[in-house]
Design a protein around this ligand. Structure first.
Ligand SMILES: Nc1nc2c(c(=O)[nH]1)N[C@@H](CNc1ccc(C(=O)N[C@@H](CCC(=O)N[C@@H](CCC(=O)N[C@@H](CCC(=O)O)C(=O)O)C(=O)O)C(=O)O)cc1)CN2
Ligand SMILES: [Zn+2]
Length: 753
């Protein structure tokens, strides 16, 4: 049996690519220096994979920012507003990714969306009626040649035509069908060129196949691939799917002329059944995704071998692989010097997953029985981390623990009186710029170079400055700025019992931004108050309300590496109880407005509608309700979600029973607001009025226009004014004028009401 992976991380084990790019953005290094740094990282990745004995090593999984953006560039889907800037190809690329504001013009970035059910984000390609789809880039060829020159014949990886067309945004009259033929031509061209360069396998990622597919979708997919495969050259074509199973189109894809099909046996709950019931064409290679590409736990060899055993005689050749790209896990345990072996022996990051594949391969060939035995022994040991008081508390929950009283309308009245805020109250989402200074101080504190008292003094001063700044700008509801947090999830992970956290386990979230998801190890509880000290301090500095700022249970869980030995529901309830205790402590300490961020609630919605409630919403919404059901009527509960793509679960969002919800709206059109109106959405709303993912400063006028559009759909009594999301990734230079414009715009619009 051969082995392969769907893709490897690219940010660098110590985030070298991030730091190089950020230097380039600050004009501290040249494009050539950035390219050199990128090449070095690619060759290091190649080397690690080669040394692990991996049979088919991917290429073109590298990206300066995002693979979907790369695909758009490959196809020539670069909107005219970016080419009009007259920048170099690299800078045009970064302008699409990050927006551009400078001597050559002022353009916003492309929209950014969640990549399926992950915490990775892709850039949404934009196609208008003038877009000329044609082969416009050489990256797949260059990177194939680069690896070949270094002795490895790789498997180039490209996002497939169907997924590209499904995820692209069509801004003119043309639709996916109208440009399909020209897209097909480019793919045929790319395949021909890669074949000519000597590629033996080419991987086309088509993860849209794991979503619900209509009959038209299937026909569309078949049409596209009948044409592409018709022209294919000598290279074999692998149709790669991940993040679920392909139940709607299994027989259809098996009937097409692919040489290999990649299936996900981890998240694809029906994958094994599909193969067993329908068989698998013996003339094709089955790429079996059996090593989890999303979680950090060691593979359970006996279980994996059992999967292979069950399907073996149904198919021809099997290649062992990962369930998805390893982009979603950290690089290597080698950098985890502080984590005890008691934990680490259960872990496998990207590099260790390569070893697992090698061991699994050897075991299937009758070697390495000692590795199999060691693996069996590991999984048969009882693990530490059980806490009976936690499991009992969860078991005792009853229906009324999930209901906040009095009901929403009554609370809204009480709170309007209590707070006496103006119409269109202004606020921010919580974090203020995490400047280099903030990070340096925290790093020094972590390393023991700064004592706790001095670190605390530093944080207090930041909070004082932040409150004064917000007062000066004239915001109505303030925040403390979240300076004490490395990240909204990691920070809570560090403060909760049952969690363990890592040192260098970075995972790319978007562009140059990374997260270090904490690990759910055992039963979760809160040993002591987490945010009360800083919230109380911030509130003591001002007469204006300062929001207490918490991360909600669903988001904490979704952005952690979860346990696999208990259900997500069970873990979510444990975390919900811990955060509930924090809400009650904040309230008892005089905090009148508490925001419980559920930024990741939408993200983990199952990719198939039929699973939405049963697999997810039926515990996720109650977990949030549990957090705030004990709050008093005059305590205002806010929640925040990044991205506004929740039209189809709008009732569930209202059912969270928060008093106010803020969400991203500026990068998307405002259709979500029509949905709110149609559904009589009762929760007060703060649709973001400007994009915080870009350094661009929105003008007062722009924000006023946005507010007027919002007021067409939302009653003034229910509308809040705020940015899309937290400001932590922004610099101070753009934050202050942006917020000043926001407040000025809100004041102007208030006058018209
Ligand atoms: N978990 C999570 N997921 C999320 C979001 C989020 O906020 N958190 N937001 C949405 C968008 N995604 C985002 C993901 C990451 C970042 C982000 O800013 N990440 C930072 C890292 C944040 C962090 O953990 N910082 C640490 C460590 C900082 C660091 O690297 N320190 C250096 C030293 C200081 C320096 O020179 O920078 C070191 O330790 O070596 C800290 O502040 O303590 C980054 O990539 O730059 C923003 C948005 C969706 N998903
Ligand atoms: Zn957000």
């Amino acid at each position: 049996m051969k082995t392969t992976i769907v893709g490897y991380p690219r940010i660098g084990s110590l985030r070298e690519l991030k730091f190089a790019e950020e230097k380039y953005f600050r004009k501290e290094i040249t494009a050539a220096e950035l390219e050199k740094a990128a090449e070095k990282l690619r060759l290091e990745n190649l080397d690690v994979q080669r040394q692990s004995g991996l049979d088919l090593i991917p290429s073109n999984d590298f990206s300066y920012y995002d693979g979907m953006l790369d695909t758009a560039v490959l196809l020539g889907a670069v909107p005219a507003r970016y080419t009009a800037l007259g920048l170099s190809p690299l800078d045009t690329y970064f302008a699409m990714a990050r927006g551009y504001q400078g001597s050559e013009g002022d353009v916003k970035a492309l929209a950014m969306k969640k990549w399926f059910n992950t915490n990775y984000h892709y850039m949404v390609p934009e196609v208008d009626d003038d877009t000329e789809i044609k082969l416009s880039d050489t990256k797949p060829f260059d990177l194939f040649s680069e690896a070949l020159a270094n002795g490895v014949k790789t498997k180039p990886v490209i996002i497939g035509a169907y997924t590209f067309l499904k995820l692209a945004r069509f801004t003119g009259k043309k639709n996916a069908g109208d440009i399909a033929q020209s897209v097909v031509n480019v793919y045929a061209d790319v395949i021909a060129k890669l074949s000519a360069l000597g590629a033996e396998w080419i991987q086309l990622d088509e993860s849209c196949l794991v979503k619900d597919m209509t009959a038209e979708d299937i026909t569309f997919f078949k049409d596209i691939y009948t044409k592409i495969l018709d022209k294919k050259g000598s290279a074999k074509i692998l149709l790669q799917t991940y993040f679920g199973d392909v139940r709607d189109c299994y027989n259809d894809i098996c009937a097409l002329a692919f040489d290999g099909i990649g299936l996900d046996f981890i998240e694809g709950i029906k994958t094994a059944e599909l193969v067993e019931k329908n068989g698998f064409p013996k003339d094709k290679v089955l790429f079996a995704g059996v090593v989890n590409g999303k979680n950090i736990w060691k593979n359970h060899y006996a279980k994996t071998l059992a999967i292979i055993d069950d399907i073996k005689d149904k198919c021809g050749e099997i290649v062992l692989g990962t369930s998805c790209s390893l982009l979603h896990v950290p690089y290597t345990l080698k950098n985890e010097s502080k984590l005890s072996d008691d934990y680490k022996k259960y872990f496998a990051y990207a590099e260790e997953k390569l070893s697992e594949l090698a061991e699994l391969k050897a075991i299937t060939e009758g070697e390495c029985s000692d590795k199999l035995e060691a693996n069996k022994a590991l999984f048969s040991q009882p693990r530490s981390g059980a806490d009976k008081s936690v499991t009992e508390r969860v078991a005792k929950l009853t229906d009324k623990d999930f209901v906040r009283l009095p009901e929403f309308a009554e609370r809204e009245k009480i709170q309007k009186k209590e707070f006496g805020l103006p119409l269109l109250p202004t606020t921010t989402i919580g974090s203020f710029p995490q400047t280099i200074e903030v990070r340096k101080n925290r790093a020094a504190f972590r390393k023991g170079e700064l004592c706790e008292a001095d670190y605390d003094k530093f944080i207090s001063q930041k909070i004082i400055d932040c409150i004064r700044l917000q007062e000066k700008i004239g915001l109505d509801v303030l925040v403390h700025g979240e300076f004490e947090r490395n990240d909204m999830v990691e920070y809570f992970g560090e403060c909760l019992d049952g969690y363990i956290f890592t040192e260098k386990a970075w995972v790319q979230s978007y562009g140059t931004r990374c997260v270090k998801p904490p690990v759910v190890w055992g039963d979760i509880s809160r040993a002591k108050p987490i945010t009360v000290k800083w919230s109380k301090f911030a509130q003591s500095l001002t007469d204006k309300p300062v929001k207490g700022m918490l991360t909600g249970p669903v988001t904490i869980l979704n952005w952690s590496f979860p346990r696999e030995d208990i259900s997500l529901k069970e873990s979510a309830m444990q975390i919900a109880l811990a955060i509930r205790d924090e809400v009650l402590d904040l309230e008892a300490n005089g905090i009148k407005i508490i925001q419980v961020d559920e930024a990741a609630l939408r993200e983990k919605l199952p990719l198939r509608r039929s699973d939405w409630h049963s697999e997810y919403l039926d515990w996720a919404i109650p977990a949030f309700r549990l957090v705030h059901s004990g709050a008093k009527a005059d305590t205002q509960i806010h929640t925040h979600m990044c991205y506004s793509e929740f039209a189809d679960i709008i009732k569930d969002i209202d059912d969270m029973d928060a008093d106010v919800i803020t969400f991203e709206a500026s990068r998307s059109d405002l259709t979500i607001l029509d949905v709110l109106k149609e559904n009589n959405f009762r929760t007060e709303v703060g649709p973001g009025v400007y994009d915080i993912h870009s350094p661009r400063v929105p003008s007062e006028n722009e924000i006023e226009n946005a507010l007027h559009k919002m007021l067409d759909r939302i009653p003034a009594q229910k509308l809040w004014v705020n940015p899309d999301c937290g400001l932590k990734t922004r610099g101070e230079a753009e934050t202050v004028p942006s917020l000043e414009n926001l407040v000025a715009a809100a004041k102007n619009v208030r006058k018209t009401l």
